[in-house]
Design a binder for this molecule. Structure first.
Ligand code: 5GP
Length: 119
């Protein structure tokens, strides 16, 4: 899996493109999606160069993986969704509809999500 460092999230990580930061630590950056699909729609990305969830799960260190998932709960708290709930999505590769080839989790909420569309 070859990581293309010209992708838009790599540019955001390098500070070349602005973002509305929700949370940042040594492992992740979380920012609002530029085209929100729900009242709350943010993206959590690892700071390491991973193409997608497979790449991350296989090649990230245990510390990076734990750091990523620990951040999710903090972001949910910041966005005040811990009581109401939210949806987390990893679009992966072509069939998953992934557009940006830097691993990311969508966090969606702020109102009830529609039913999952599988077809
Ligand atoms: P994917 O389809 O790869 O799972 O999702 C990519 C997401 O990135 C989309 O929801 C899209 O709106 C968002 N996105 C694309 N370019 C930018 C950008 O420059 N800034 C921000 N904040 N979000 C972006």
């Amino acid at each position: 899996m070859i990581y293309n460092s010209k992708n838009i999230f790599a540019k955001i990580l390098r500070g070349e493109i602005p973002n509305n930061t929700v949370y940042e630590d040594e492992y992740v950056l979380c920012f609002d999606d530029v085209n929100p699909q729900m009242p709350i729609h943010c993206l959590i990305i690892p700071k390491g160069a991973y193409v997608n969830l497979n790449d991350f799960s296989r090649n990230a260190s245990d510390e990076e993986i734990v750091g990523f998932y620990r951040a999710v709960e903090k972001i949910v708290e910041i966005k005040k969704m811990s009581g109401s709930g939210y949806r987390a999505i990893f679009n992966t590769d072509d069939h998953g509809g992934q557009e940006v080839p830097h691993m990311h989790m969508h966090i969606l909420g702020g109102e009830k999500c529609p039913s999952m569309i599988v077809k």
